[in-house]
Write a protein that binds this ligand. Structure first.
Ligand code: ISE
Length: 336
């Protein structure tokens, strides 16, 4: 039988995952959805056979036919939903960030450690992007030598109305934090943030863009331009500079069009388009592993460490100082 999934949160990402689970992914069905907005939950559940709509995540998880949970509600809603899934012993795919703050992430880490088995895959989808996977393989093969820099650019066409300056780090740069830890196989140890005068096109009060600099345990440096109101589209790039050469992702070379005396191509407008294939692979891998009783991919530990690094990033953002990254606990044995 297909894996019955409760989807918690039916906003932009949740609705996209429901579409994916229903029309792209094999071996899964959406059995229930929950959203704080009852009408939105009903609208998403309506067209799906046997799918019930709820406002309470716990009620969705308790609905008939639910075997697993996909959490795509906003960051602050993740911790209670994760703890509820743990109480029910349900495997979870939890969208990033695991929680916005390290305190919440630590409580989740401790609860999963007490269970003594992994239940969570964190939705760091870049690990499933074809170009990122090849970049990781290139770095691991070692032919390019030791990585010295990762130059990252992370641009959104515009930010949603609820976006705050902190979220540039906790919600956006969190992707580069995970990608850098994964690509380099190193922890990030310190962070600094440089802030130009905000773009006049950024919403009033939003410190956008920023340049975030990380040091790593192996002596590499990672710089991230985060610009969430760049206007022209969604662009994520990463260039690794190594001792014997460079490798980069995100050039976005679709068809190049020549017409009317100009040449050029199209820029995707948001992450649901740019990373559509990565999300498909991520969710299919989660469904396949779950049906076989396995839990793989980015773990609660990765989610916790990302939250710890982002906390240091927010302190650096506020103070202008270099802030050291300090985890409250070491990696529990459960996480290898
Ligand atoms: C959003 O939540 C994402 O995860 C996107 O990948 C990122 O580009 C965006 O800045 C975030 O707000």
């Amino acid at each position: 039988a297909p894996l019955g999934i409760a989807v918690v949160g039916t906003g932009k990402m949740g609705a996209d995952h429901v579409r994916r689970l229903t029309t792209v992914i094999g071996g899964a069905r959406v059995a229930a959805v929950a959203d704080v907005d009852a009408e939105r939950a009903k609208a998403v559940a309506g067209p799906i056979d046997g799918c019930t709509a709820h406002t309470d995540p716990a009620a969705a998880m308790a609905a008939p036919g639910v075997d697993a949970v996909l959490i795509a509600a906003s960051g602050p809603a993740h911790e209670p939903a994760l703890l509820e899934a743990f109480r029910r012993g349900l495997p979870v795919l939890c969208e990033k960030p695991l929680t916005p703050d390290p305190g919440g992430a630590l409580r989740v880490l401790e609860a999963e450690t007490r269970l003594g088995r992994r239940l969570v895959q964190v939705g760091f989808m870049r690990r499933y992007d074809a170009e990122y996977v090849r970049l990781k393989a290139l770095l691991d093969e070692g032919g390019l030598g030791r990585p010295l820099f990762l130059h990252c650019r992370h641009r959104n066409a515009s930010s949603p109305s609820f976006f705050t300056t902190e979220m540039l780090i906790r919600d956006s740069v969190v992707h580069e934090v995970d990608a850098a830890r994964w690509l380099l196989g190193q922890e990030l140890t310190a962070v600094q943030v440089l802030r130009p005068r905000p773009s006049s096109y950024a919403p009033e009060g939003l410190g956008d863009p920023q340049l975030v600099l990380f040091e790593t345990a192996g002596g590499a440096v990672v710089d991230v331009e985060i610009f969430v109101n760049c206007g022209f589209g969604y662009e994520v790039r990463c260039e690794a500079v190594c001792e014997r050469g460079t490798a980069s992702t995100g050039a976005g070379t679709g068809p190049v069009v020549r017409s009317g005396g100009r040449w050029g191509g199209e820029v995707p407008q948001d992450f649901t388009v740019r990373f559509a294939d990565a999300y498909d692979r991520e969710v299919q891998a989660w469904v396949d592993a779950t049906r076989q009783g396995r839990v793989e991919g980015p773990s609660t530990w990765d989610g916790y460490m990302a939250a710890v690094v982002c906390e240091a990033g927010v302190r650096a953002q506020r103070s202008g100082e270099r802030v050291a990254v300090e985890a409250a606990v070491g990696r529990p044995g459960l996480y290898g």
